[in-house]
Design a protein around this ligand. Sequence first.
Ligand SMILES: [Zn+2]
Ligand SMILES: [Zn+2]
Length: 268
Amino acid sequence: MNELCFLGTGGAIPHKNRSNAALVLNSQEDLVLIDCPGDAFVKLKQMNLDPRCISSVFITHIHPDHVYGLPSLIHSLMLNDMTLSVFGSEETVVFCKKLLSLFNLLDEKVKCRVRFNRIGPNEHFQLLPLSWATSIKTPHHSSSLGVFLELNDELGLLYSGDIPVYPPLFKGIGNPDILIHDCSAPSRFFRKFPSLSQMHTHSLDLGKLAQQAGVKCLIPIHFFGELDYSMEEIKTEIKENYQNRLIIPKDLDRLRLSASLLTTKDKT
Ligand SMILES: [Zn+2]
Ligand SMILES: [Zn+2]
């Protein structure tokens, strides 16, 4: 496992510089895509990553910003003789099958074949062929799963997906070295729109949560594009309570995944 690539870092409503959230784990030979918004194929190309190298797609949940690009991705790969494994909860897999069937993308003539993998809560599974993973049921949506990845027996990386503040996220996995977590907006917007707290996390709470969980490197993501705030405000709120390394990613950023990530100076 060499690299974590940020195809998108935005929330449900994208910003001109931030597409819907999507990540890629790049091992040089294979790519694992985590969530699939509409422009995943183009973003991969912009990062000089070959979409034909995608072996697996993990879908965290079935809100449109995380899954609506899946038909387009398969359609873009339809001439390539390859198998792509789609992972998700039972509800997610049923939904993805329906979605792809609507476009006839599971037909014989489509050379890119899709293999579906239903993942239960707290299931240990291989996110082929890169690494072992553990799913974590989360309360954002009935289909939601977070994912904990063990990278090269060296680093533990936890991706929350969309999520409200949810301390059981860390149950059973110990302190994650790297936490990529929903950080939809600064706290003042959550005070203005209290129902947001049932679905998402604000930057002030995220700092507290990460500090309590002993996270060594925090990467906030899923920034709402429709609200007016700066990344400086996000950073200030997180740092009020969190003392370890903080990386605020931009679209098309890439991070080398190694133990030095946990000690290097902040990159914001
Ligand atoms: Zn979302
Ligand atoms: Zn969502």
